[in-house]
Design a protein around this ligand. Structure first.
Ligand SMILES: O=C(O)CCC(=O)C(=O)O
Length: 264
């Protein structure tokens, strides 16, 4: 299976519509890939809080339209990263969109863990409630977004639902790059799954982005890692390695569920 992670630069100064066209072209350049992955909130930038409301779109808005067409023109599965989605009731969500090679929306995932503590996304957006998996020929994706990477219990739910390839679009800041790499490897090792984590480059809202998109195998080895700038990271991997790893080192089978409360 071939995956291409498009680590787009999100800089202010580039109008959203220009970036949408540029990203569409980059997706079309990935013909021959099976799966193309984009980062989190690449229309606005994950830290451009003031733009969330202005650029929010309905699920079937302009990014949906452009990405559905890019996926079908290219004949790839497209994890189109996330958009600021405006629900008909007015609530904003950080919502990831996954398209089939026919350009159909295969899944929408509203980010469950919102980042920002008492500001930004955490107060401006609603929280998703539903983990999401997507069945592809050859593997099942489990999707999560950026800050979700810090919450292993979500990934366990995805694995329990059959996920073998964990896809994490992000807008991770340079300041905590060491956490990004460490957590991507940890989620791969503990879940014995591939992790495809696609970040952004550039600087927006004064926050330099880490880049360093990364693909990790079920043994925790890094198959490919991007640099800090705009880059397409292409990697070939064998989804069958998940079953082999889980069979040869069956740690997942040793999980003990339903423990008693801690003794004090
Ligand atoms: O957890 C972090 O350090 C970064 C998270 C983040 O930037 C996000 O979820 O948008």
């Amino acid at each position: 299976m071939r995956a291409s992670l498009i680590q787009i630069a999100v800089d202010e100064g580039e109008p959203v519509e220009t970036r949408r066209r540029r990203v569409s072209s980059l997706v079309r350049e990935q013909a021959g890939a099976d799966l193309v992955v984009l980062p989190e909130l690449w229309t606005t930038g994950a830290f451009a809080y003031e733009d969330f409301g202005r650029e929010a779109e309905p699920l079937d808005g302009p990014t949906h339209e452009a990405m559905a067409k890019a996926a079908s023109d290219t004949g790839v599965w497209l994890h189109a990263g996330s958009i600021p989605e405006r629900d008909p009731d007015g609530t904003l969500y950080n919502t990831s969109l996954v398209f089939s090679p026919a350009g159909e929306l295969a899944a929408a995932y509203r980010k469950i863990h919102r980042f920002g503590f008492d500001e930004g996304e955490a107060v401006l957006m609603g929280a998703g409630r539903h983990p999401v998996t997507v069945r592809l020929p050859g593997t099942t994706l489990g999707v999560a977004t950026c800050y979700d990477l810090r919450f292993p219990e979500l990934f366990r739910r995805l694995v329990d639902a059959g996920a073998e390839t964990l896809v994490v679009p992000a807008g991770w800041p340079e300041r905590r790059r060491s956490h990004w790499t460490l957590l991507a490897r940890a989620r791969a090792v503990e879940n014995q799954a591939f992790v495809l984590a696609c970040g952004t480059a550039g600087t927006h809202a004064g926050v330099p982005q880490a880049g360093h998109s990364i693909v990790v195998d079920p043994w925790g080895e890094v198959l490919a890692e991007a640099g800090p700038g705009e880059q397409v990271l292409t990697v070939d991997f064998d989804p069958g390695r998940v079953a082999v790893t889980r069979d040869q080192f069956p740690a997942l089978k040793d999980r003990v569920l339903g423990l008693e409360p801690p003794r004090r």
